[in-house]
Design a protein around this ligand. Structure first.
Ligand SMILES: Cc1cc2nc3c(=O)[nH]c(=O)nc-3n(C[C@H](O)[C@H](O)[C@H](O)COP(=O)(O)O)c2cc1C
Length: 156
């Protein structure tokens, strides 16, 4: 039996068919590789700061609306930022943004928040912009597997 040592959390806002595909890809990819870690998915509206504090790494999937990350994703940071400040430094993080147009506003805002929390951005964020492209699925799959293996092996 595979022993489970670590846990990563995935804060996923996936209101559309395409973003649900991306979100499922993250979970399916990690689960299918039978790593020695657990992955738990949360809606940004439900996750608590304790969930984050009890994790070994965090992945975030959001959309961009009106030039900013989804209101749902912002709600997570609005509720949890102060509780996490000075308590979660160095937490490995990877995020992706599905953006119909550009994704720049979300990227800028997320980078600022991550810097403020002193989390460790171990992978370049994926900005999946423009018209839907099936290659987005491959990119998300590769990055989430890379993230999970890095956490499992203690590299990140
Ligand atoms: C009301 C609304 C506002 C949006 N604003 C932006 C935006 O400011 N920048 C952007 O890149 N995409 C924007 N989009 C596109 C969404 O990011 C995109 O629809 C979402 O990521 C879902 O992707 P999908 O259509 O491939 O499922 C907007 C979409 C809606 C419905």
């Amino acid at each position: 039996m595979v022993s489970i040592d670590k846990k990563i959390i995935f804060v996923s806002h996936c209101p559309s068919e395409n973003t649900k595909i991306l979100s499922d890809t993250v979970l399916d990819t990690i689960k299918s590789h039978k790593l020695k870690l657990k992955v738990e998915m949360y809606s940004p509206f439900n996750i608590t700061s304790n969930d984050v504090l009890q994790s070994d790494g965090i992945m975030i999937g959001t959309i961009e609306n009106f030039g900013y990350m989804a209101g749902a994703t912002k709600d997570f940071f609005d509720r949890c930022y102060n509780d996490l400040l000075e308590k979660s430094q160095g937490l490995p993080v990877f995020y992706y943004v599905r953006a119909g147009l550009d994704g720049e506003g979300s990227e800028r805002a997320l980078n600022r928040i991550i810097l403020g929390l002193k989390w460790k951005q171990v992978l370049k964020p994926l900005i999946l912009k423009g018209q839907w492209n099936d290659n987005f699925v491959t990119l998300v799959s590769e990055a989430s597997l890379n993230f999970a293996i890095g956490i499992e092996e203690g590299i990140y």
